[in-house]
Design a protein around this ligand. Structure first.
Ligand code: TEU
Ligand code: CA
Length: 557
């Protein structure tokens, strides 16, 4: 058995700090709140946490607009709180990763303020351009190109102060850094080193596909219009997905990722201890995604790119074969020897039980945790939290506010996936003792909360705990896998390793009762007994399985 490093098989948990736990009754989650609940991770069998951004920010994009990369945001706490969090997590054996946002900074960061003021030291930190002449108005300038921001509208914003446009691939208040400018790249190393020296175990790297844009030098001296996804082609409120040609997935990105990997490898060598890691974030096609790992020719990238296939490719409408395909898509494209990873939700997308069916929670958590590689849990998935209802009046997500109105904002809003965690059935679900929370509490918290699930004989949380325990077995860490659909409704995933115990997941993703014959499962050693079953199952731990005729209710795993 070849030894593996922690990150190759860890259970990683995403905290959305604003919604995890509030310690000072202002209705906003904070670092002391996280500290007070660190035991939750130990109890749950989580090995590592990554926190969405906790740095100083005007909170236009709730921390993804950073105004100071070296400071903790005041609503979350201060550097002492951070050090305490890190130490206490480490005492419990839990690794801590930060969210690193290299593509853009807040327009209130000193980088941007100084750049806008034409301070020579920062002048080229962002993507500035004079724009085009306006044929109808000599005193007006038009945006340099038709590029659209991810949050709607032109990706170019006019600055009166500098009399130029700057690029923002996200909100107007998030200026895109100029990654062709060496001092910007150097500053990114400074920031990473600062937090590594504090003792963090690595970073999630935000929005990497947007690091580079087409260079005017290659396009006759101006930024080229995008033929497919430019402003002229986007109808108001239309949300058809086109992949921008000049603003996303540019090949130069991978040089930067390689530099970061090189940097963190050297840091690891110099400082010893457990490996510090970088996990890259980006929605791209499978080939561009795999390049974030690196390739077989000596180019090394991130430890792994986050796998979003279970978020983008499948839903409640998918059948068993689609789910199997989605697993194999990643495993078969992955470079030799790389570590896989799985996740079913995050703060940008509808929650897993809402995108799939609520009777699929335990089966999907089982799939997430029984596959080879790292497993990622988004805050709330361990108890099966669903999207919360957020009215237009309560809506705070910049994506919804910028593109939506009272009748269509739900198409854009990421707020429903960000409502506070349900600790118990007390006021504000135990999240906060304040009068008002930054986002409303989801309506189902009285029935669906952690405290209740700890008490109940059977619950999503207890299944989750059984699964994190299972992940610590030699078979789950090192074993081989086989996955296949019995039919459109039922599939199996088996993990096996020589004489070690064999584990099989059998999951009926359909809504009706189905029967399968386990004799068709290779490597299965019989007789088989139940280790854990979904809460909609009548089978309890230890039940001997009738492998000739195994009958599964809809959603049973
Ligand atoms: O998201 C990156 C990203 O690719 C977005 O387009 C994402 O798909 C979109 O928000 C979905 O509606 C990251 C963060 O996860 C997100 O919260 C930030 O808003 C974004 O970067 C900008 O920093
Ligand atoms: Ca607070």
């Amino acid at each position: 058995i070849i030894p593996l490093e922690w990150w190759q098989h860890c259970t990683l948990y995403q905290i959305y700090p604003r919604s995890f736990k509030d310690s000072n009754a202002d209705g906003i989650g904070d670092l002391q709140g996280i500290i007070s609940e660190l035991q939750h991770f130990a109890d749950s069998g989580v090995d590592a946490i990554w926190m969405s951004p906790i740095f100083e920010s005007p909170m236009i994009d709730f921390g993804y607009d950073i105004s100071n990369y070296y400071e903790i945001h005041y609503e979350y706490g201060d550097i002492e709180d951070f050090n305490e969090l890190l130490n206490k997590a480490h005492e419990l054996g839990i690794k801590v990763l930060l969210d690193f946002v290299p593509n853009h900074a807040s327009t209130q960061s000193h980088y941007f303020i100084e750049s806008e003021a034409n301070n020579p030291r920062y002048r080229d930190y962002f993507m500035w351009d004079d724009g085009l002449e306006d044929p109808n108005n000599a005193s007006n300038r038009l945006p340099p190109s038709n590029w659209v921001s991810q949050f709607g509208g032109s990706a170019w914003q006019w600055s009166d102060a500098r009399q130029q446009f700057y690029l923002h691939q996200f909100a107007i208040e998030q200026g895109d850094f100029n990654f062709t400018h060496q001092p910007v790249r150097d500053e990114m190393f400074n920031i990473m080193r600062f937090w590594l020296d504090k003792g963090v175990d690595g970073f999630r790297l935000d929005a990497l596909p947007y690091l580079f844009e087409a260079n005017p030098a290659d396009h006759g001296g101006r930024y080229p219009d995008d033929p497919l996804s430019g402003l002229v082609h986007i109808q108001p409120n239309e949300r058809g997905y086109t992949i921008p040609l000049y603003t996303k997935d540019l090949i130069e990105i991978y040089d930067v990722v390689h530099e970061w990997r090189d940097f963190i490898d050297r840091y690891n060598e110099e400082h010893g201890g457990d490996t510090r890691v970088i996990f890259s974030e980006g929605y791209a096609n499978i080939s561009m995604t795999m390049l974030y790992y690196g390739n077989e020719y000596g180019y090394i990238g991130a430890h792994f790119p986050f796998n979003f296939d279970f978020i983008t490719d499948v839903s409640a409408e998918s059948n068993a074969r689609d789910l199997v395909y989605t697993v194999l898509k990643w495993l078969t494209h992955m470079p030799q020897g790389a570590a896989a990873n799985w996740q079913f939700g995050n703060h940008d997308n509808s929650r897993m039980p809402s995108r799939f069916r609520i009777d699929m929670v335990d089966g999907l958590n089982s799939l997430n945790m029984m596959l080879p590689g790292a497993s990622v849990t988004y805050q709330g998935e361990e108890i099966g939290m669903r999207d919360g209802y957020v009215s237009w009046n309560d809506t705070v997500d910049v994506e919804a506010l910028q593109q939506g109105n009272e009748s269509n904002y739900m198409e854009f809003s990421r707020d429903p996936a960000r409502t506070p965690f349900h600790w118990d059935n007390s006021t504000n679900a135990g999240f906060s003792t304040g009068n008002r929370t930054w986002l409303p509490i989801a309506g189902d918290y009285m029935e669906l909360n952690l405290a209740k699930q700890k008490e109940d004989d059977r619950s999503h949380y207890k299944v989750y705990q059984a699964l994190t325990r299972l992940r610590k077995t030699t078979t789950l860490i090192h074993g081989d896998y086989n996955i296949r659909a019995f039919s459109n409704f039922v599939f199996y995933l088996i993990r096996y390793l020589r004489t070690f115990d064999t584990y099989v997941l059998v999951f009926n993703v359909g809504e009706r009762t189905e029967t399968v014959d386990l004799n068709r499962v290779p490597y299965l050693t019989l007789p088989a007994t139940v280790y854990v079953s979904s809460i909609n199952s009548t089978r309890v731990e230890g039940t001997v399985i009738d492998y000739n005729v195994l009958t599964l209710a809809g959603g049973e795993a």
